[in-house]
Design a protein around this ligand. Structure first.
Ligand SMILES: CSCCC(=O)C(=O)COP(=O)(O)O
Ligand SMILES: [Zn+2]
Length: 208
């Protein structure tokens, strides 16, 4: 049974409180969405403090990123959400966060990806059933032109149907799930793994 619009909005409000509380969505950064129907998404309004969202701080868009609610300003990154709903019909929620670790790790990595291997927590990602796997997370250079950025993300998604998330360098993380709880679980897994990677690199650098 599908949720009502108000219940979806409440999921977004609750996600904001949780992610702000963990320090992963400081100030007005980040944006969140849920799928409302096969052809519509419910997204955060642009510029809102994500720890203080109200039920009215969301708006419906079509999957081309067009607002269906004149008078409300859609997130600047709407297209990065709607492209994911268009890419995979089973995606029901998308979360974008701005944690310190995602920002630092993406800036420290000269390659255009990071890879997790041999971590038990990889199994928190949808479709991953063993630590004996490699989870590759692409890093796209930041771009204020979101349509141009989305056009760079799309070929990666098309070539990697098992992708569980991506980083934008110096900016943040995008991940998703069948439902809001799945997307939240993936955010937690990513944040754990980002911290492990940074700590490992720090120790290895000190060892020379
Ligand atoms: C202050 S963060 C800059 C914009 C951004 O990256 C973000 O995630 C929030 O943008 P929105 O338009 O969704 O508020
Ligand atoms: Zn952002």
């Amino acid at each position: 049974m599908s949720l009502t619009r108000e219940q979806f909005a409440q999921q977004i409000v609750d996600a904001g409180r949780f992610l702000y509380g963990r320090g992963w969505s400081p100030a007005t950064s980040s944006n969140y969405s849920t799928r409302l129907s096969p052809s519509e998404a419910l997204l955060t309004v642009s510029g809102k403090h994500k720890g203080q969202l109200g039920l009215d701080d969301v708006l419906a868009t079509d999957l081309s990123g067009n607002s269906l609610e004149p008078g409300k300003k859609p997130s600047a990154e709407t297209l990065l959400h709607t492209q994911l709903y268009s890419w995979r019909p089973e995606i029901g929620a998308v979360l974008h966060t701005h944690s310190v670790n995602a920002t630092v790790l993406s800036r420290l990595t000269p390659e255009d990806f990071i890879e997790f291997e041999d971590y038990e927590l990889q199994k928190a990602f949808s479709g991953v059933s063993t630590h004996e796997s490699r989870v590759r997370v692409p890093i796209f250079d930041n771009d204020q032109d979101i349509a141009r950025l989305a056009a760079k993300v799309q070929p990666w998604l098309d070539a990697h149907p098992d992708c569980v998330g991506y980083l934008i360098r110096g900016h943040g993380l995008y991940t998703w799930g069948a439902q809001m709880n799945d997307a939240l679980r993936q955010i937690e897994a990513f944040e754990f793994l980002f911290e492990c990677e940074l700590k490992t690199r720090s120790v290895m650098n000190r060892q020379g």
